[in-house]
Design a protein around this ligand. Sequence first.
Ligand code: FE
Length: 202
Amino acid sequence: MPHDHHDHDNHLDPMEARTRALETILTRKGLVDPAAVDAIIETYAEKVGPKNGAQVVARAWDDADFADWLARDATTAIASMGFSGRQGEHMQAVFNSDSVHNLVVCTLCSCYPWPVLGLPPVWYKSPAYRSRAVIEPRAVLREFGLELPEGVSVRVWDSTAELRYLVIPQRPAGSEGMSRDDLAALVTRESMIGTGLPTGPA
Ligand code: FE
């Protein structure tokens, strides 16, 4: 089945086009500083956006029924927490285990689950990541500082406009008894893409 990718590499979608036009006008008039806009985008990509996904992961760690629901119907389970909308209409949660590590890529462009992760990081959109994640995922993971044990296989998921993935990393050892908010604080953006792991409890 051919993937129905968004053609956002070739054509901006209307919202993106409007946003860029607005930024250009405001910059020309001296009303905004492009560096400030970059900083806002960076904040949304790294801090604000992924907080939603972190709440989903923390709840999955803490609530077996929810984890089950997430495995069966991620779109509905995630929407029940208020995280839904564009680029998150069709979600699948992929669970790491002792034997499988999941890694998400979009080989054709930059499909990404906005409602749970915010904006995609620059490296996610880079041609190098998009091709190498499939060809040599272990080498890519190593460059992110993640060395997986021999016995763990890497499963690579190619995102499309039809289906976006959220990696559910394994709950870190030593996190027993932590509150859901404290658990969420351990969940990194990279751990939900598969290029990293959650941080351990302090
Ligand atoms: Fe894409």
